[in-house]
Design a binder for this molecule. Structure first.
Ligand code: NAD
Ligand code: ZN
Ligand code: ZN
Length: 381
């Protein structure tokens, strides 16, 4: 296939791919899938998606030709080709961060190479084609086990591992309530995998009824249409004794619906790299101290906070307000011993009656204000 511009792809005759590097293999494609991720490039949401690109990062095939340095494959092998392109040798590959290879996409510091996923992800042609060039063929391609159905195999290139990793990153503990946003293939697989990690309850949210039905059956989960439950965050709080879910998984990404302002700024006007509605809901409906796991794809730049880079770099975000009580004993010790001087930061002491002024000074950063103390009249002498 050949990408011609947003919402336009077509079939074209393209030259047969060639061995370009001694570690390349040419694979005759046996199966490829279209993924929710492909929609983002198809819709023109991913920068530097060039006309003429062949999409397709989910494919299995039979090895047709190998470069002189390919030792792990031979012609005729049937292989699962992971969607990530990984060199196997860089510091990130050595940490098994195969989605963050530093060699396969040297122009980018976030994501590694991905088949058929724009020049942002390395500019490789993908597997929605008859033949594909597979770089680093000693590293990624994995021989399809004897007797495995090719349909199963092709889902091992992305959907299964991504769904599984979504659940894994959620740090699910025994009995946890897990909410999955998105009932596409990834969300459904994530919901399924959540049970493997010991979840006690799994809830899937989407607005497409047939997908919700599918999720209910396939993943044995509860499933709700966000257009029918009022505010999804409130609904989920209510469903969890007003505590929130232990784990929320964003399996939607940049093309989320459900929130007007996100849709307008993220998808219509493209003022940010996608609408982050599912992420917003995930953050707001997870329990205090809970974990949000994101596998939904976001544009690499553009959002006020570059959430796409968080995903593409595989960064761990842990956050909280300070647990003051936990820290107090040791901090008191530091102050008592003179190692800390908290009051040193006070720059302004302002009568409480002048609170408006105090705010103006602080807010507008006037008068070198760092810290204001308001003094009520009753305590003033
Ligand atoms: N991180 C990875 O390695 C990786 C791999 C594969 C896919 N992905 C990404 O995962 C996401 C899901 O992939 P998919 O193939 O299942 O896509 P998909 O498009 O089939 O499914 C997305 C689903 O989300 C639903 N949705 C939209 N807005 C929603 C909202 N606000 N709340 C809940 N659901 C909402 C849609 O109706 C749709 O059913 C995509 O962003 C895709 O790019 C990431
Ligand atoms: Zn995919
Ligand atoms: Zn690498």
């Amino acid at each position: 296939m050949n990408y011609r511009g947003p919402f336009r792809v077509r079939i074209d005759e393209k030259p047969h791919p060639k061995i370009e590097h001694p570690e390349d293999a040419i694979v005759k494609v046996l199966r490829s899938c279209i993924c929710g991720s492909d929609l983002h490039i198809y819709h023109g949401m991913v920068p530097d998606t060039r006309v003429g690109t062949t999409f397709g990062h989910e494919f299995v095939g039979v090895v047709e030709e190998i470069g002189p340095e390919v030792t792990k494959l031979k012609v005729g092998d049937k292989v699962i080709v992971p969607f990530n392109i990984s060199c196997g040798k860089c510091a990130f590959c050595k940490q098994e961060l195969y989605g963050n290879c530093h060699e396969s996409n040297p122009q980018a510091t976030a994501v590694g190479g991905i088949f058929g996923y724009s020049h942002t992800a390395g500019g490789f042609d993908g597997g929605q084609a008859e033949y594909a060039r597979v770089p680093y063929a000693n590293v990624g391609p994995t021989i399809i086990p004897e007797g495995m159905d090719l349909d199963d195999a092709v889902l091992l290139t992305d959907v299964v591992p991504t769904g599984y990793q979504a659940a894994e990153m959620g740090g699910i503990k025994l009995g946890d309530t897990v909410v999955v946003f998105g009932a596409g293939p990834i969300g459904i697989m994530a919901a399924k995998c959540a049970w493997l990690f010991g979840a006690g309850r799994v809830i899937v949210i989407d607005n497409v009824n047939y997908r919700l039905e599918f999720a209910k059956n396939y993943s044995q989960c509860e499933a709700y249409n966000y257009e029918e439950i009022g505010d999804p965050v409130e609904f989920l709080k209510k469903a969890t004794d007003w505590l929130g879910a232990d784990v929320c998984i964003d399996a939607v990404g940049c093309e989320a619906g459900g929130q007007g302002m996100q849709t307008i700024t993220g998808r219509k006007l493209m003022l940010q790299a996608g609408s982050a509605t599912a992420l917003q809901w995930a953050i707001n409906s997870v329990k205090k101290g809970g974990i949000v796991s994101i596998v939904g794809v976001y544009g690499p730049t553009g959002n006020l906070v570059p959430i796409g880079n968080v995903v593409n770099k595989g960064i761990t975000i842990r956050a909280n307000q300070a647990s003051v009580k936990r820290l107090l004993p040791r901090l008191i010790e530091h102050v008592q011993a003179g190692r800390l001087n908290p009051k040193g930061i006070i720059t302004h002491r302002i009568p409480l009656e002048n609170v408006a002024e105090a705010y103006r000074i602080f807010s507008d950063k006037l008068d070198n204000c760092i810290k204001t103390v308001l003094i009520p009249p009753t305590v003033r002498t």
